[in-house]
Every structure is written in structure tokens, then in C-alpha cells.
Write a protein that binds this ligand. Structure first.
Ligand code: HEM
Length: 330
């Protein structure tokens, strides 16, 4: 008689738990980008001069004649969230490994989380060694956005099955989504270039990118207009092909966050990049990335295989074409 494998004795992860872990992971990944920016714009990087203790002999901040309490608590809070990010990433992997039946796509995406966090640890270490130089901060931020993107794919993988992907829209529309994703990547890179030349380096001694900020900011805004152009085209295309209502809703969310983020970017520029707005802009970048990833994943569906007990959260109404679904709106 076949003996049960050692992993089969571990209780299976309930489907809602896996989804909750994946959602917590998205929140943690966006959150760490935001708290990292708060550390940078407030110049709190040395608020805790030692590691892992914040101050010599103390894990948490203690009164210090040379350190401002606010800087200490901001850096300490960022470290705490870093621990949460690691724990949630590992929990996602363990959750995927103990999902029954084992699901390849879910496991691969979940494994990318701790791997990505490890890579970010290395890039972060290089950033510190490089004295917070802009050329090291840029990849640190962009890698964070890649992790946000993958985190949203992980949520989709947790919700969907592992059956081969079925296109929800024709190839030409998926091509347009790919083009808009490439433009979004350029938009994010342009944003990090503005930051690289801007005043928020994290330390007064940090060398800055020696390019005039107004020129870079206008390049950044131009790429935003290009991105908006691709979104307008995509909106018409989704309607023309009668895309599923779920995809239509995700697209609507993406347009809303892009417009809000664009307005915020313009306001923060006009006001001389105040710290609070810069960190909100980083939050916006994370939300735009997450929304774009959810549109990407909505262009295909992966039905639950017949053998799987995994329920799906996608309803028939969700899969109805956009044209049909809007027909019964008041
Ligand atoms: C959807 C639209 C937008 C996205 C996704 C976006 C994204 C970004 C990103 C990723 C950064 C770099 C953040 C960092 O490295 O910490 C950034 C910085 C910046 N963005 Fe945007 N941005 C958008 C729209 C705009 C607009 C319309 C403006 C107006 C000119 C603008 C002005 C700026 C400025 C001034 C910075 C540098 C802030 C600093 O000094 O750190 N952004 N943006």
C-alpha cells in the first residue's frame, strides 16, 4: 500500500486563506515602497544607526542626544514593515506549497515573493554601500514595482484555476495591453529619473543626477500623456470586442487611479515636491502598477480544472461581455 508522503500529512491551505495571504502580500509590497519613501524624504535613514538593534543595546528606539525621535521611529517602522514583508512572502510560499492539489503557477508566483524580497535586500544593501546614489535607488524602486505587479498576479493565481489560459479578449487587444504596459514601465522609469535629479535624496551629501529637473519632469508628464493615449485606445478596444465585465471594471479602476496620480504629480511639482505628497505619489505609483497588473491578468481566464476542489470567485455575470453587462445597468 502506498505510504502518504511527508507533505501530505501537513494540513492543506484553505482556498480563502491563500487568497487572503496573497492580498496581504500586495498590501505589504506597496506599503514597504511607501515607508521606504517616507524614510527617504524625511532623511531618516540613519534614525537607527545599528542593525538589527535600532540603538546599541536596544531593539526599539531609545532617547539619543544625536538622533531625532521622529527619524528613529520612522526608520524603526520601516524595519518593522520589512519584517512583515518577509513573513508574508514566506507565508505565501508555504501556503502555495500546501495547497491541494499542488498548483504549479501558484507555487512559482509564490516562490518569486521571498526570492524578490531577498533580491531587494541585496539591492538595498548596495544602495547603502553606494551612499544612497540615485543609480542604486532607481533599480531598488523599480524592483519594488515589479514585485507589486507579480503580487497581483499571485492574487489572480490564488483565485483562478491552473487550466490553460483562455483569452478573454482577442490577441490584438492583448497586444494593446502589452504596449500600454511597456509605456507604463517607461513612465515609472521616467519618474525615478525625476526623483534622481530632485531634492529628496535621503541625505544632504548624496550625489544627484546632474540633469535639470524641469526637463525630466516634462519628459515624465509627456510619457504620462502617451500612457493615457494607450488607455483611451484600450478603452475603445475593450468596448468594441465586448470584453468581460470584470475586465471592464478593472480597466475603470486603472483609469481612475492613473488620473488621480497624474493630478497628484502635477500638484506636487507645482508645490515644490513637499515630502507628504512625494510619499503619496509613491503610493499612487504602487496603486497604478497594481491596477495595471490586474487588467493584464484579466485578459485571460484560467478556469478551475474539473479535478480541483478549488472554488472560483468569478461568476457567470462577471464573464458576460461588457456590452451585455452594461445593458442591464439602470
Ligand atoms: C500615472 C501617472 C504617474 C505615475 C505612475 C508616476 C510615477 C512616478 C514615480 C514612480 C516616481 C519616482 C518615485 C521614486 O523614485 O521614489 C515619480 C516621481 C515624480 N513624479 Fe510622477 N508619476 C505620474 C505622474 C506625474 C505627473 C503628471 C507629474 C507632473 C510633472 C509628476 C511629477 C513627479 C515628480 C516631480 C517626481 C519626483 C518627486 C521627488 O522629488 O522624489 N508625476 N513619479
Amino acid at each position: 500500500m502506498a505510504r502518504p508522503s511527508s507533505t501530505s500529512r501537513i494540513p492543506a491551505t484553505p482556498h480563502p486563506v491563500m487568497i487572503a495571504l496573497a492580498i496581504a502580500n500586495v498590501v505589504a509590497q506597496i506599503g514597504i515602497a511607501v515607508t521606504g519613501s517616507v524614510v527617504r524624504v524625511t532623511g531618516s535613514g540613519l534614525g537607527c544607526p545599528t542593525w538589527p538593534n535600532c540603538n546599541p543595546g536596544s531593539l526599539i528606539p531609545v532617547a539619543h542626544p544625536e538622533l531625532q525621535p521622529l527619524h528613529q521611529w520612522i526608520e524603526f517602522g520601516n524595519r518593522l514593515l520589512g519584517v512583515v514583508v518577509v513573513v508574508v512572502a514566506i507565508a505565501c510560499l508555504l501556503g502555495a506549497l500546501t495547497t491541494r492539489p499542488r498548483r504549479r503557477r501558484l507555487t512559482v508566483l509564490a516562490a518569486l515573493m521571498p526570492a524578490g524580497v531577498l533580491a531587494q535586500g541585496v539591492i538595498g544593501g548596495i544602495t547603502v554601500l553606494a551612499g544612497l546614489s540615485w543609480w542604486s535607488v532607481m533599480p531598488h524602486f523599480l524592483a519594488s514595482m515589479v514585485l507589486v505587479w507579480l503580487s497581483v498576479l499571485l492574487v489572480s493565481a490564488a483565485r483562478e484555476g491552473d487550466a490553460p489560459a483562455t483569452p478573454a479578449v482577442p490577441g490584438a487587444v492583448r497586444g494593446l495591453v502589452a504596449v500600454s504596459t511597456a509605456v507604463l514601465a517607461a513612465l515609472l522609469i521616467a519618474g525615478t529619473l525625476v526623483t534622481a535629479a530632485g531634492p529628496h535624496a535621503g541625505d544632504a551629501a548624496t550625489p544627484r543626477l546632474d540633469v535639470a529637473v524641469p526637463g525630466l519632469a516634462s519628459l515624465h508628464a509627456d510619457v504620462l500623456f502617451l500612457y493615457l493615449g494607450t488607455l483611451v485606445g484600450l478603452g475603445f478596444a475593450l468596448r468594441a470586442v465586448g470584453a468581460p465585465a470584470t475586465l471592464g471594471r478593472r480597466f475603470g479602476v486603472l483609469v481612475a487611479v492613473v488620473l488621480a496620480q497624474g493630478a497628484l504629480g502635477g500638484i506636487q511639482y507645482a508645490l515644490g515636491v513637499p515630502e507628504l505628497l512625494v510619499s503619496l505619489h509613491v503610493l499612487g505609483a504602487g496603486l497604478v502598477t497594481a491596477a495595471a497588473s490586474s487588467v493584464w491578468s484579466g485578459t485571460t481566464t484560467r478556469p478551475v480544472p474539473a479535478t480541483s476542489t478549488t472554488p472560483t470567485t468569478t461568476t457567470d455575470a462577471d464573464q458576460r461581455p461588457l456590452a451585455d453587462a452594461t445593458a442591464d445597468r439602470p
